[in-house]
Design a protein around this ligand. Structure first.
Ligand code: SF4
Length: 352
């Protein structure tokens, strides 16, 4: 099993509608608690070696002590740290020490950034629920380019992005990113993702991206195949060939540490089991819990107390508007959330 631990050190400046990790403004972890957390995790990192990594989320640049935090990580557990570089740029833009942070990160080998776009200015601000999100993203992109950093633009597929594809072409032409990626949003079992479903495009709408994807530097043929494979008509056909749900679960386990040092099994936003608070836990307790934790890369097999009936999912797939999902797990997860009778997560709150 491989493990990723998501350490939530500070909340976001946005409250994005597509956010499958349920991010938003949140308390921040104190610097002292962050150091307690890392000290406790050091034996865990040693025990699991290359099989464990951790990230700093949701928006670590919101933490006033970010330079001290990254220094601490660099000094004690650099090999276990995974820097995804994903940011809205808002927190970074407003830091007085942003130049020093960039130089520090660069000295640590981090000279890249990843920014997600949802469409033109209006739709980007709508999805992020922040009226300045687009202009802030552009300011941050300018900073990264001016400092010769590598820039990845992640385009989040939605009806709104498709509506704005000409604007996206203009933006990409202006900013000249080093890499462009297109993400098909999943269906995490959360109310937020349930509400985001109305922006999920149909397969037919995705076909309107023909010509744009290659112009944006993407592998258009591969993406078109992916849209087709993930369309509910195709998923229905796959289900019909099966007699039961078959969701391969990769040997990966996600865990989350909240700002109050509560440690959970499960990705942020879909925590399924409380392990303990790190003020009271030992490294041994964490190792034991991780050794016994289930693989949870896919949500459907681990997040629902009540498994939907196979025939009901088939019937539901018939009525779906041929929307595009990243995979079968997302499709069934959406269905399971849609049915109020199955909207029962396993334990999410601390045991008394
Ligand atoms: S998508 Fe990222 S920035 Fe937006 S709310 Fe979620 S964690 Fe925060």
């Amino acid at each position: 099993m491989e493990y990723n631990i998501d350490i939530l050190v500070a909340g976001c400046n946005t409250n994005c509608r597509h956010c499958y990790v349920n991010g938003g403004p949140n308390k921040r972890m104190t610097t002292e608690d962050f150091e307690i957390c890392i000290d406790l995790l050091l034996p865990v990192f040693l025990h699991f070696g290359e099989r464990v990594s951790f990230t700093l989320d949701n928006e670590p640049y919101n933490h006033p002590d970010f330079p001290r935090i990254i220094d601490y990580v660099r000094q004690y557990c650099w090999n276990s740290y995974f820097h995804h570089g994903s940011t809205t740029g808002i927190a970074f833009n407003h830091r007085v020490d942003k130049d020093a942070i960039w130089e520090k990160q660069k000295a640590y080998g981090i000279d890249f950034a990843s920014v997600t776009l949802h469409g033109g200015e209006k739709n980007h601000n709508f999805i992020t629920r922040n009226t300045k999100a687009f202009s802030e993203a552009i300011d941050y992109i300018r900073f990264v380019k001016a400092h010769h950093g590598k820039l990845c633009i992640s385009l989040m597929l939605s009806k709104l992005l498709i509506q704005d594809c000409d604007e996206i072409s203009e933006i990409l032409h202006k900013i000249q990113p080093d890499e462009v990626y297109l993400a098909i949003p999943n269906s995490a079992p959360s109310k937020r993702m349930q509400a985001y479903q109305k922006y999920r495009p149909t397969y037919e709408e995705c076909l309107q991206l023909s010509g744009y994807l290659s112009a944006w530097g993407l592998d258009e043929a591969a993406l078109m195949k992916q849209f087709e494979a993930g369309s509910s008509k195709n998923l229905l056909a796959t289900l019909k060939t099966q007699k039961a749900f078959k969701i391969a679960q990769p040997e990966q386990c996600y865990l989350t540490i909240h700002p109050d040092l509560n440690l959970y099994i499960g990705n942020s936003g879909v925590e399924t089991e409380f392990i303990g608070n790190l003020h009271a836990a030992t490294s041994g307790i964490i190792i034991d819990a991780m050794e016994n934790a289930p693989a949870n890369y896919n949500f459907f097999p681990v997040c629902f107390a009540e498994v939907p009936k196979f025939e009901d999912v088939i019937e539901f797939a018939h009525s779906d508007d041929n929307l595009v999902y990243p995979d079968m797990d997302s499709f069934i997860t959406y269905y399971a959330m849609h049915k109020s009778s199955t909207r029962i997560h396993k334990k999410r709150t601390p045991q008394k």
